[in-house]
Design a binder for this molecule. Sequence first.
Ligand SMILES: Nc1nc2c(ncn2[C@H]2C[C@H](O)[C@@H](COP(=O)(O)OP(=O)(O)OP(=O)(O)O)O2)c(=O)[nH]1
Ligand SMILES: [Mg+2]
Length: 486
Amino acid sequence: MPHIDFRKKISLARPRPYGSNLQRALESDRGRIINSAPIRRLQQKTQVFPLERNSAVRSRLTHSMEVQQVGRFIVHSIYDRLSENEKDAYGLSSLERAVESLVEIACLMHDMGNPPFGHCGEDAINRWFTKHLKELAPMQQLLQELSSETTDPIIHELCHFDGNAQAIRLVQSLHRFNLTYSQAAAVLKYTRPATERADQVPTDKNYLTKKVGYYITENSYVNSLMDELEMAKYCRHPLSYIMEAADDISYCLADLEDAVEKRILSLETLTEHLKRTFAELEPDNRPIKGKHCFDRLLDNVYQDAQNDEISPTHKFFIKLRVEMVHPLVNHASEQFTNNLEAVFNGDLNRALIEDNSQFHALAKTFKQVAINHVFNDPEVENLELQGYKIIGGLLEEYRPLLDLDTDTFQKIVRGEGRKLPVERRLFNKLSRKHVAAYEIALKEEAPVTNPTLWEFYLRCRLLQDYISGMTDQFAFDEYKTLLVSD
Ligand SMILES: Nc1nc2c(ncn2[C@H]2C[C@H](O)[C@@H](COP(=O)(O)OP(=O)(O)OP(=O)(O)O)O2)c(=O)[nH]1
Ligand SMILES: [Mg+2]
C-alpha cells in the first residue's frame, strides 16, 4: 500500500497563515463558523418542508446539528476500528481531536450554501437563468461578439447554481473566514468546476463530479487548497466522505419522522411502506448484522411504541434510530477503513454507504419511502410551487439590474444612479457584503479575458448570492413587498 499519512491532509495551512498549534487553529475555525450569520440563517431554511411553522419539524439548522452528532460518532467508530500500530502507520495517532473537530464543523457547514426552499430553491434559480440569461441585454450583445467557446462555460456555470458550491463561495469570497484548508476541504463535496460539463470529466470520477463543486470565482482558492493538501484533480478530501455519510444517515430517518410529526404518514402506514420497500430491494431479508431481520425489527419498534402512553411517535423514532444508526455508522466506518487508500486519495468514486450492501439497501429504503410518500404530498408540493414562484418572482423583479450595460451599472455602484430610480433602489436593497465581494472580484485579476463578460458574470453571481442567502421567510416577505402592486 502506498504511503498514507493523514498529516498531509490535516494541517494548519490556510490562505492567510497564523499560529503554530493545530488544535488552536481548529478551535478558531469552529468559533468563526458557529458564530457566523450563514449558520444562523439555517434556522429559517427548508430541509424538506418550506415555510414550516411547527418548530418540532426540522430546519436546516436542526438537521445540521444532527449530522454533526452522527459525524462525530463515525469518527469515534473509525478510531475504535484501527489498532495503535495502524493509527501510527497512517499518521492518525495524534489527530483524533482534530479529525473530530474538522468533521463536526464540516457537518455543521454542509448545507450553509443552500438557498431558501431547499431543492426547489436551487432548481428555481437555475430554471430562471436557463430561461432568461440569453435574453438579458448584455448577454445578447456578448453572444454576438464572442465565440461560443468563450461564453458557453460562463453560461453553463450561471445555469448551475448549487448549494455545495455556494458554501465554498461563502467560506472564501463572501465571508473570508480564512479557515484552514483542511476545514474547507472537508466540505468540498463535489470536485467539478462549474464551468465544466459533467460529460467532460473522466468516468472513473463521475460520482465525485456528478454536480458542480465550485465556481470560477473560487477556482484559484480551490487550486491552492488542493495543492496544499495534495489532492489530485477531481479528487476529494478524505473527511468529506464522513460528512457525506453522516448527512445521508441523518436525513433518511429524520425526514420520515418529520412526515409523521406533520401527519403525512401514520406510524402504521410508514411501517408497511418500509417493509414493502426493503423487501423489493433485499428480497432475501437476511438478519442485519447481530440483529433481527428488518421486518421483525420494525414490528418490535412499532409494538414498543404502541405501549408508550405519552408519545408513541417519539418512542418509535428513538428506538428506530438506535436500531438503525449504529449499524449504518459501523458500516460507514468499516467502508472508510476497508477503502483507506482510495478514501485517503479522495478517488473512491462513491459514497461510503453506497456499496450495494444490506446497509445501503436500508438507507435507500428510508430515502425511497420519503420520495414516494412524503416529498410528493400535495401540501409539500403546493409549498414548493410557492417557493418556485417566490424565487422566480424575485429574480424577475431584480432583472432590471441585469439588463443594464456595464458602465451604467457601475454608475449605480458608485452612487451616481439618480436617473435610474428603480434600478438604484433595487441595488440599494442588495447586501453590502455581497456588493463588496463583487467589487473586490472586479479589482482582482480576472480569470476571464473579456472584461464585459467578466463584469456581467459577477453581476449575475451577485444576484445569486443575494437570493440564495435569503431565508425562506425573508424571501417570502421580500416577494410580498416587491409585488405589492400586482
Ligand atoms: N421537499 C423535498 N425534499 C427533498 C427532495 N429531495 C430531497 N429532499 C430532502 C432530503 C434531505 O432532507 C434533503 C437533502 O438536501 P440537499 O439539497 O443537501 O441534497 P443532498 O444532500 O441529497 O444532495 P447534495 O449532494 O448535497 O446536493 O432534501 C424533494 O424532492 N422534495
Ligand atoms: Mg447536501
